[in-house]
Design a protein around this ligand. Structure first.
Ligand code: PMP
Length: 428
């Protein structure tokens, strides 16, 4: 490992001109100590920093790079699209292809609108749910993160939890009062909230598999239970599949668990690394969106041709090669099993949550099923572990409350390298 001289210099300069030196908080390594690594390039399963250190990638741009970096299909599609201009602000054939592909892969989505980020997708989804139901309140779950829209920065996970600002200044009391929060995986709590706010709730939004308090799986029957509550009360059920969409299966977490939401929000993988989001669902709800309906939502760069080309290339590949999911699922299972046996051999029965290509190692021996239990993990220990792994050339998400994302580019040799590093670092 080379020293991080150039990264340090860049961070020093960055802090004068960018808040905290970064364009998204978690990148600053605040939760793990030390200075952030500045990345120069990446290819396949490896990322290279400005000092030419190589890392095995377990973030993959926080999810989008499920096929690893520099995938030729995506790069060729983007190169081809570049020849026809970067943006038009007028409809294109690619947007129709994209909408047809998404609706064919995710059966609950009958109509879909493209936006530019996951944040835009969730903000727009609750707006249309409010417009459709004529109600104001929403229910979200503690530790779930739905982007930085005002309504969601209440008991939020991910960077908001890591930075200790789950309720952000700048969100008005008026907005905050319309967001009700419940613990994840607790149906009785949702029933109680719904009963106390009868007839006032527009939508319930949930990460069907949470990735933003670390990876936390829904208990058996939990998602169906939410579906039943929403059906009974006329509440729009929104699955935020920005992370899980096209990652856990071709039809996301909803395909794995067999529960259909009314609306789904997407991002990350659907852009193949470009800034893209989408929201979609039942036709009768989506027809409330402008210009068909009265709920306004728009975007200068929405459906951007370069982004659509990248997205179409990756989704087409995933659609036509379903064995990809078996491959990364088996990498995920193998890694979880082997990490666990190394831990056990060292007398540490740390909790590991894994589904498909999402994994979190929690520095606690208690089971993790909600944000309260996740907060019991030793974050100081995680910070030391993170730095140890980084020094061994393994790039993990720089916070305990995040999920690792595997890509198909990881070889068995890479997996062994991760395990060797883990054994060495944990042994210390
Ligand atoms: N929803 C979920 C479940 C997410 O994980 C994220 C981002 N990590 C978002 C929404 C927000 O997406 P973006 O960062 O693209 O705005």
């Amino acid at each position: 490992m080379n020293e991080l001289r150039r990264s340090k210099e860049l961070f020093e300069k960055a802090q004068h001109v960018i808040p905290g030196g970064v364009n998204s908080p978690v990148r600053a390594f605040k939760a793990v100590g030390g200075d952030p690594v500045f990345v120069k390039s990446a290819k396949g399963a490896y990322m290279y920093d400005e000092d030419n250190n190589r890392y095995i990638e377990l973030i993959n741009s926080w999810g989008p790079m499920i096929l690893g970096h520099g995938n030729e299909l995506i790069e060729e599609a983007v190169a081809e699209a570049l020849k026809s201009s970067l943006s038009f602000g007028a409809p294109t054939a690619k947007e129709v292809d994209m909408a047809e592909l998404i609706t064919s892969m995710v059966p609950s989505i009958e109509k879909v609108r493209m936006v530019n980020s996951g944040t835009e997708a969730t903000m727009s989804a609750i707006r249309v749910a409010r417009g459709y139901t004529g109600k104001d309140k929403i229910v979200k779950f503690e530790g779930c993160y739905h982007g930085h829209g005002d309504s969601f920065l209440i008991a939020a996970g991910s960077g908001a939890a890591t930075m200790g600002t789950p309720n952000s200044p700048g969100v008005t009391k008026g907005t905050a009062k319309d967001t009700l929060t419940a613990p994840f995986n607790d149906l009785a709590a949702v029933e109680a909230i719904v009963a106390q706010n009868a007839g006032e709730i527009a939508a319930l939004i949930v990460e069907p598999v949470a990735g933003n308090m670390g990876c936390v799986l829904p208990k058996e029957g939990y998602l169906q239970g939410l579906r039943n509550i929403c059906d009974k009360e006329g509440i729009v059920l929104i699955f935020d599949e920005v992370m899980t969409g096209f990652r856990l299966s071709r039809s996301g977490a909803q395909g794995v668990y067999g529960v259909k939401p009314d609306l789904t929000t997407l991002g990350k993988i659907i852009g193949g690394g470009m800034p893209v989001g989408a929201y979609g669902g039942k036709k009768e709800i989506m027809d409330y969106v402008s210009p068909q309906g009265p709920v306004y939502q728009a975007g200068t760069l929405s459906g951007n041709p370069i982004a659509m080309s990248a997205g179409l290339a990756i989704l087409t590949y995933l659609n036509e090669n379903p064995e990809v999911y078996d491959q990364i699922e088996s990498s995920g299972k193998y890694l979880a099993k082997e990490l666990s046996s190394i831990n056990t051999a060292l007398g540490k029965n740390y909790t590991i949550n894994q589904i498909g290509s999402m994994i979190s190692l929690f520095f606690t021996e208690e089971p993790i099923h909600d944000f309260e239990s996740a907060k019991g993990a030793d974050t100081v220990m995680f910070g030391k572990y993170f730095q140890g792994m980084l020094a061994e050339g393994v790039y993990l998400p720089p916070a305990q409350f995040e999920s690792w994302f595997l890509s198909t580019a990881l070889s068995t040799v890479d997996l062994e390298e991760i395990l060797t590093a883990h054994k060495k670092v944990l042994g210390k």
